[in-house]
Each structure stands twice: as C-alpha cells, then as structure tokens.
Write a protein that binds this ligand. Sequence first.
Ligand code: NOJ
Length: 575
Amino acid sequence: MTDQPAAATDPAAATDAAAATSADSTATSADPADWRDGVVYQIYPRSFADHDGDGTGDLAGILDHVDHVGPDVLPIDAIWLSPIYPSPGRDLGYDVTDHTAIDPLLGTEDDFDRLVAACHERGINVILDLVMNHTSDESAWFLASKASRDGPFADFYLWRDPSGWDADGKPLPPNNWVSFFGGPGWEWVPERGQFYYHTFLVGQPELNWRNPAVEAAQWDMVRGWLKRGVDGFRLDVFNAFLKDADLRDNPVIEGGSPWSRQDHRYDLDQPDFLELIGRFREIVDEEAGRMSVGELFTGGTPTAAAYTRGRHIVFDWSLMESPWTAAAFAAGIDLRERAYGPDLWPTIALSNHDRERQATRLSASVGRDRDPDRAAIAKAAAVVILASRGAPFLYYGEEIGMIDVDIPREEIVDPPALLAGPDFPWYDRSRCRTPMQWQPGPGAGFTTAKPWLRLADDADTRNVAVQLADPDSVLAAYRRLLRYRRTAPALRHGAMTRLPSGDPDVLAWTRTADGQRLLVVVSFVGQPRQLDLGTLAGGRWRAIVGSHREPAAVAPDGTIALRPDEAIILEAADG
Ligand code: NOJ
C-alpha cells in the first residue's frame, strides 16, 4: 500500500553502513508558539470513558479523565479527538452530517466548550479531526444535491452522467475508479439520473473541491472551530480532496486488490493540491500558534515530506509498517531523514485507530507476542517514538500496552470490515478500538453499562490503576520518558544522526539542540548486549532514562551492558 522501507538482506551491514552516511539534520522550531515538536495523544471518543452510562464513551467522560493527559500523569502537549460531529455512524464518525456541531451521542455543545477550557487550563492543546473529503449521504448538503441538478448544492459532489448503457439498459459508470473499501466507486442515483463518486463507503459521497463554493463552505467551518478555541486540525485523507478535473480513468497496474490494481494518478495527489493546502493554512494562520497535520492516504515517506510545509505536518507511515528489527527501523529512520532533510519536521506514530496497536504488531512481527516480551518491546518502542526526530502521536491505551482484541464477526462494529475480506489492510478496526482500561472490575472503569464494543480479556490486570502503582509498568515508562522529554530540548526539536552501533540488533543515534547532546541506544532483542559507547559516539556518557525503571549504568571504561529489550537515553557526562 505504501513504499515501505525495503528489508535489508544483511542486517548488520545494512544497519551500520547506512548509519555512517546518515545526514545530520538541524530542523528546530524556535518560535514558542510553534508546538509542532510537542507530543499528541489521540483519543477515540467512543472508547475513552463513558460518563452518562449508555455504554459509549463521551466528551464528559474525557473531561472526567482530563488529568490523565495532564502534567502530573502523562505530560503531553495536545489531544487529538477523532470525529465528534453528528453522524449516522456508518464509518463511526468519519461520515459527518453537520461539521459545525457536536454529536449528541458524545455530548452537548457545552460539554465540548468545557473540555476545551479544562484542557487549556492544563496547558493541553485540542486538535479536531476534520473530515473534509466527503460527508455522510444524510448531510443536508448531499440531500439537497441529490434532489436537484439546480440550486446552490447541485455541484457540491462529484456527479457525472453515465459513460453509456449496457445491453440491459443499465447505466455504466463514468470511469474505472473503485472504492478503497471494496466494490465500485460510483453509485447510481435514479432521481438525479447521475452517478456520484465515493472513495470510501456508499454513505460517504465525495465533495467536489473544484467548486469554489465547497471550498468557501469548508473554510467557514474551519474558522468557526478556530473561534471556539480549537488549536489545530488533523485532516482526514487530505491528499484525496482534489480529483482530476476530467475524471480520467486510472491506469491499471499489477496488484492484489481492485484498489491496488490501479495507479491512483487521477483520484489522488493532484498537481494543484499544494496550492489548496496553502489556502487552508492561510485560514488557520488567521489565529496564532495553530497547527495542522495531514493524513496521507496511501502514500509513502517521500510524498509525506513533499506535502510538509512549516506548521503543516504530515503523517508518515514508514515506522508504523516496520517489523520490530533493528534493520527495519534503521531503514525507516534513514528513509525519513533523507526524505525530510534538515528543514522539514516529520511525524512519528506507531499506532492509530485504523491499524494494529503497537504492542500487538511489533511483538507479533518477531514472534514474541506474549507477556513479558510484549510489554518489554512496548517499553522499548516508547523510547523510539519519544526520542526520534519528529512529532510523536500516541494512541489512547498505547501508554498501558493495550493490545488488539479478537472480535467475533457478529460483534464487529466496523462496517467496512464486513464489506472487505481479511486481506483488507484495515481489516476490522474494531480490534484496535476497544474501550480504555482504567481499573479492575466490571466495565474496567470505562462504563457502568454494557460497553458498545467488548473490553479486552486482560482489562482486570492491564489497566491504568494497576500500572500507576507499578514502577516497572509500560505506563511508568511512558511517564518517565514524557517527563524527561519536556526538559530536553534535544529530544523536542534536536537534529538526529544515526551512528553505527557495531551490533546488528542495536540502533544508536544522537539528538542535539541548544548545546545539549543526547545518545539513544535501543536493543531490539530479548538477550543482553554489550556496547562500547566511547567507540560508538566518542566522549563519556551518563544513562538518564529509558525502558527500564533504572537504566543500565555506564561502566568506568565506557561500556554499557544492555539488558534484554533495553532502550536508554544518555546525556554527555562531560558536556
Ligand atoms: C481515514 C480514517 O483514518 C479512517 O478511519 C476513515 O475510515 C477514512 N479516512 C474515511 O474517512
């Protein structure tokens, strides 16, 4: 689906040879209003906390737990709320009927304003998920558009005449475009005598961004949220907004699914797309210090870098798709550093609401998906995400090592999963969207009712309350690292230079900024490893913080004995 880093055939040679030539990067963000280098915590509102006792998470539930993401527990810089707008829920909020309002399922307008105020009191920014590529087919815009070829909304969607008629008198679609979720991309509407296009579900008709009235309506909506105090936006599938003006057929290529058997030359990544993002940023920059992050849809790291501009950053999937080996992470890091260069600011995410959770995926990728290995890998991965160059995006539950849950077919709440087969890249995303595990006992502190989606079987033992009391927990590791990151300019915005570690299973890199130089070492194996830090990075080093409660100490001769799955951040001892 993306241009993933190629697996190295000789891991030791590939890891170290590339490190030796890795470019020094110097991107920083000196402006204090620029919080691109902060940590973002993604909340999936239906699954975070249920305040009103209906079994579904809500905004008041987030408010109840706002201190979990505050300075004393998880010192992050922003929360990103997955869609909170009214929606029939066919794609669980990514099918919006009114982009200016709050979904009553999640609470009231007042709940939202109270949540924003509570976040701001704690120094937490609030990022909203903007779904501007499509709407729900129940939105007022679409209903008006469908009803008539005249009027202000007639041209709000991608309507086209049939390309012809088959022998049975059935209309033929305007071109060969297909839906990412499976099936044809065009839906026939007899009332209008035309087809409309949808990249996703039939219930998610595509907006026509080449109509200036659509763009104007979207900017009005964005301004409304800015005025309400929102600090930033995540743009859903932003590189799909614009389509080829002539809706030409996509070239057909080799591939495993109907979607991947097309080169998406005409339905994604159009040449004038960056100008559109420039116009979006002008609106966002009407208010100081606002950020935005684009969700790159089916594109690789070079494309993510090409769409990154100042305070507009872009999701890059290279590390989210890497198995847990030093060679794969080295390839991913080097690909990122090359593509972004010193002046662009990358993002880094290991989990989100569409993919397997990091604790499941990384440990499974090396056949170690049982505790204690799984938790040990999750803690080492926390060092990678919080000590690499770029804005880290954490996914709720990642901080306690939550894992994916097997959902029986009759309980799947991800309709696209039921359309597509198990080889679909996002097959059953219900697995990674189960309720947050707050405490032992029925409902896990998430709800007093039957949860909208089943809880994980391990909720009694893997939860926030238990892990807060355990200094060796995954949560304790995230807290230590986040606290330290706040004090360390080199981690927040420093340049990153990968170094040859001399061991094919260990990665090493430095981060430098504002006179601070840090060394990061990460072991990708469940056996001990010995490193000579003097040879590796020169000078003398002191271990500060890492995956384990007390990091391994540097011996007087400059060597360090890493324990299995240990990852450590070290400061220059003489600097
Ligand atoms: C990307 C979102 O991350 C995903 O959850 C959603 O289904 C599609 N966009 C369609 O909005």
